[in-house]
Design a protein around this ligand. Structure first.
Ligand SMILES: O=P(O)(O)OP(=O)(O)OP(=O)(O)OC[C@H]1O[C@@H](n2cnc3c(O)ncnc32)[C@H](O)[C@@H]1O
Ligand SMILES: [Ca+2]
Length: 488
């Protein structure tokens, strides 16, 4: 007598068919569910109208995730040709026209269907703050001209304004910490150091109660409270500070100037007007403005640093401690991201990862290198930038060490950065996040697990139940849906 194995029995075939059908259905559902959905993106445009130039940033983010930290990224950057908008004081229409090419690029970059819903903001910084002091009427007209260009674009115009130094500092701090996803980390936030052409900002979280209301900003972000110290030094950006330094060294009768902050062999005829055309320096007579002087280098870092110290006033301080010029500053704390010209200059000089002592040695060596060697070694670098790296590097060192009171111990906490996760460090992203309410005060509710994980878990649980069912079926021998086979 021969018995058929249970596998061949009708009962088993029936169970197996249902079992396989159930698995195929489950796998199919899981695949369809987990298929990456076509992402719906949103876009935003910010024009950073700086003193030296304007940059347009296009940001993008997945529409459903706009309140999660780190979700907004930089899609595109367009550098406006020519100088900053404040240089158009005598030809204001040019300021508006200068933006046209980048706005055209934005039209190409953002899908046409999204143009209407894409906000566009323009924020002007220290160049316009200075023009406002110097010639209010022209400043207002420049702002009107840029407004007209933006309003004529297909995007949703949200305003063009001169932002304050506090805003510039605070939004730079928000940008670096948003991109670094630091708002939800236990490790805390990173300070922000921004060096522009006409102003410089320092912003960080301090444990000390901030003693001056002008320097205090409070934020509640993702459920945490932050007390932030910020200060913007107008006239202490890289270009204006050079004017301040030259003003200290130059007398109106001088026909030549020997400058330790420029390389030996460097010699350039410069108009007094180039130094004295700014509200950052004391005015001189029109007569003197039209004269010129021979700017000659003598390449000496120590002497250069001593001359730069003259542009800081360290003597008066009404609070427990100050940085310089009587400005209150608590001791620097934690790590810092140093961007814009802090990065451009220190990156060029290869001094982004060194100790304070080695940075000084590097500067000493660089400043004493003759001008013709510098030009030979860097044939492709813009001569104006090239001539100024010794001055700028020495200024950066002096500002950080003597101005902000960084020491050889915490020098390593300064990270010279250009981008974080593909987005430029700067105030513009933080500005947009704030204006679009993309940073919630409270942490958004997040589901227990991501959607994909949920579907996979469901699949495994169902599979597990089916196996249990199958085992139960086999052991208990339930009636088959097919007529029983005869035992032969
Ligand atoms: O913030 P404000 O003060 O308004 O100025 P900005 O926004 O125009 O200033 P940037 O950060 O764009 O640039 C800071 C300075 O660095 C200069 N700069 C830009 N690229 C540089 C490079 O590659 N090497 C050296 N300097 C550079 C630029 O001319 C400015 O003087
Ligand atoms: Ca800037």
């Amino acid at each position: 007598m021969k018995t058929k194995t249970p596998w061949h029995s009708g009962k088993m075939i029936c169970v197996a068919v249902f079992f396989i059908a159930a698995i195929v259905t489950l796998v199919a559902i899981a695949i369809v569910q987990n298929k990456p959905l076509e992402q719906k993106y949103k876009y935003g445009i910010v024009l950073d109208a700086g003193s030296s130039h304007t940059a347009m940033y296009i940001y993008e983010w997945p529409a459903e995730k706009e309140n999660n930290t780190g979700m907004v990224g930089q899609r595109h950057k367009c550098k406006v040709k020519g100088k900053g908008i404040s240089s158009y004081a005598r030809e204001v229409a040019g300021a508006g026209r200068s933006l046209a090419m980048c706005m055209e690029e934005a039209k190409q970059c953002i899908p046409a269907a999204k143009h209407q819903d894409t906000p566009v903001y323009l924020g002007a910084t220290a160049g316009m703050r200075l023009l406002m002091k110097q010639d209010r009427n022209s400043a207002v007209k420049v702002m009107e001209a840029v407004q007209q260009t933006l309003q004529a674009s297909p995007f949703s115009y949200q305003g063009a304004r001169i932002i304050s130094g506090q805003e510039e500092g605070a939004f730079g701090w928000i940008t670096v910490n948003y991109l670094g996803k630091n708002f939800q980390k236990a490790a805390g936030t990173m300070g922000a150091l921004d060096l522009g052409g006409a102003s410089t900002q320092i912003t960080f979280v301090s444990k000390e109660t901030i003693q001056s209301p002008d320097n205090a900003m409070e934020f509640r972000l993702y459920g945490n409270d932050y007390q932030v110290y910020t200060h913007s030094f107008l006239c202490y950006g890289k270009d204006q500070v050079l004017k301040l330094a030259l003003e200290k060294k130059l007398k109106s009768a001088d026909t030549s100037l020997e400058d330790p902050c420029f390389h030996t062999g460097y010699s350039e005829d410069k108009l007094f007007q180039k130094v004295f055309d700014s509200p950052c320096v004391q005015a001189v007579s029109t007569d003197a403005m039209n004269k010129s002087f021979m700017h000659k280098g003598s390449g000496n870092f120590i002497e250069c640093q001593n001359s730069i110290k003259d542009i800081f006033n360290f003597s008066q301080c009404k609070n427990s401690q100050c940085s310089f010029n009587g400005v209150y500053q608590p001791p620097v704390e934690g790590t810092f991201g140093a961007f814009s010209a802090f990065y451009f200059v220190m990156n060029f000089l290869n001094l982004t990862g060194q100790s304070l002592a080695d940075t000084k040695k590097g500067m000493e060596h660089y400043c004493q290198t003759p001008w013709n060697t510098i030009v030979e070694n860097h044939p492709k670098v813009d001569k104006k930038y090239l001539a100024e790296y010794c001055f700028s590097g020495t200024y950066i060192l002096t500002l950080l060490e003597n101005g902000y009171n960084f020491t050889s111990e915490n020098w390593k906490d300064i990270n010279f950065i250009d981008k974080i996760e593909g987005s430029n460090a700067g105030w513009s992203l933080g500005y947009m996040l704030n204006l679009t309410n993309m940073i919630p005060a409270e942490a958004p509710d997040t589901p227990l697990m991501p959607h994909g994980g949920f579907v996979t878990l469901m699949l495994f649980l169902t599979l597990f139940l089916l196996i249990l069912l199958f085992l139960g079926y086999t052991f208990l021998g339930r009636p088959s849906c097919l007529p029983p086979k005869e035992i032969v």
